[in-house]
Design a protein around this ligand. Structure first.
Ligand SMILES: NC(=O)C1=CN([C@@H]2O[C@H](COP(=O)(O)OP(=O)(O)OC[C@H]3O[C@@H](n4cnc5c(N)ncnc54)[C@H](OP(=O)(O)O)[C@@H]3O)[C@@H](O)[C@H]2O)C=CC1
Ligand SMILES: CC(=O)N[C@@H](CCC(=O)OP(=O)(O)O)C(=O)O
Length: 352
């Protein structure tokens, strides 16, 4: 076997949905070895007690979070924690030389005053935060490859930005006309027991939430501003839909050239994403379904133009726990380590 050595990785927040998804992906990853699992209320329990069906895959104890210990054992650390915790741990991990991938919102914002305004959390880690790179490989591949600290995008921003990017980057639409109507399954809210996510509350029902206030709005706007080259505001409305996994984001925007037709846009999107193994542009007249993406790291994009209104309609479907969270983090890890971007990531889903 020669000198082959797997890279030691740790997962903080291993008991949560992001954490367990990371365990599943990293166990199948040929270049890494999970050597540490961390948590809070789950500390002291074995991973297999929490997830008996995975006990044959990983079954060692979840440990308390001690950055010194983690940095001693791990070269790479995934933080899958509620907002406001990664920013307390990442500075020490970075100072010790670890590569850090944060799945929360803590390292997504260039401007920490925007973060504090929308998240209500004060920060004192500005020195570390300036190093962070936004972990959307399709837009920031080269910067991610050089990064020590990556702030992985939110699930709604991932679906919405992949839908909008070609339009904004190529100046095809009036940016302020963009309306994002997105629907998420309940796993998007995490595993830590919220009443609106109970089956009895969410089943047989569909409702918007966070209307004009959702914290993914400034995250989407930050990247849209990058793409357009000037300040952009968008209208973003999320909905909770009675299913467990998946996001469908439907984006409407006014075309600058009303002569563009659906097939023109399909050609433009196919060219834009030609080097992106995790984006699939659908053929003419095909609209994506969340179940196609479920269990995969893929984002499916469908396109339509309404000649009556002059609007383009872009539909994007992802699995919120994979391309929207853990899978995207593994995709970023692959780039940071100089590995093939597809390593350890599923392209075949749960459904036929
Ligand atoms: N769910 C989704 O679709 C997406 C989520 N995200 C983001 O990813 C992050 C994780 O989300 P998700 O997996 O859904 O969350 P969960 O609620 O499922 O899990 C949260 C995890 O955080 C741990 N934790 C909480 N407090 C502490 C603490 N003080 N110290 C150590 N560990 C702690 C919990 O551990 P324990 O059980 O031991 O208490 C648990 O493992 C969040 O920031 C979320 O916003 C991003 C994209 C998509
Ligand atoms: C259905 C549901 O509740 N979804 C979550 C989105 C989770 C997420 O990605 O949030 P972060 O930006 O904190 O990572 C929400 O709307 O709060």
């Amino acid at each position: 076997m020669g000198n082959f050595r797997r890279v030691p990785v740790g997962i903080v927040g291993a008991s949560g949905y992001g954490g367990v998804q990371l365990v599943r992906l990293l166990m199948e990853h040929p270049e890494v070895e999970i050597v540490y699992l961390g948590g809070d209320t789950s500390a002291g329990k074995s991973f297999g007690d929490l997830y008996p069906h995975l006990a044959h895959v990983v079954n060692f104890p979840i440990e308390p979070v001690e950055p010194e210990v983690i940095a001693h054992r791990c070269e790479v650390v995934f933080l899958s924690l509620p907002n406001g915790l990664a920013c307390q741990i990442a500075p020490q991990l970075c100072a010790k030389g670890c590569k850090v991938l944060d799945l929360s919102a803590d390292y997504r914002f260039r401007d920490l005053t925007t973060y504090t305004r929308w998240y209500g959390i004060d920060r004192s880690d500005g020195f570390t935060a300036v190093k962070a790179v936004y972990g959307l490989p399709e837009l920031y591949r080269d910067r991610i490859a050089e990064a020590q600290l990556v702030g992985c995008p939110g699930c709604y921003p991932t679906a919405s930005l992949l839908a909008l990017s070609p339009l904004l980057k190529q100046g095809l639409v009036i940016p302020a006309s963009a309306i994002i109507d997105a629907k998420s399954g309940t796993s998007g809210g995490g595993r830590q027991g919220k009443v609106n996510l109970l089956l009895a509350e969410a089943d047989n029902s569909l409702a918007a939430y966070g209307v004009v206030t959702h914290r993914h709005t400034p995250e989407i706007e930050q990247i849209c501003t990058d793409l357009a080259g000037h300040e952009v505001t968008v209208q973003f409305t999320p909905h909770l839909i009675p299913m467990v996994r998946g996001i469908l984001s439907t984006v409407y925007a006014t075309l600058r050239d009303p002569g563009l037709v659906r097939d023109d846009l399909i050609t433009i999107y196919t060219a834009f994403y030609r080097n992106d193994p995790w984006v699939r542009v659908c053929e003419s007249g095909i609209y994506p379904q969340t179940k196609w993406a479920c269990g995969t790291n893929l984002c499916y994009i469908g396109l339509e133009v309404d000649p009556r209104t002059g609007r383009v309609i872009v539909m994007s479907a992802i699995d919120n726990l994979i391309k929207g969270q853990a899978g995207q983090a593994v995709q970023c890890l692959n780039l940071m380590m100089g590995w093939d971007e597809t390593l350890g990531l599923p392209k075949l889903g749960f459904y036929p």
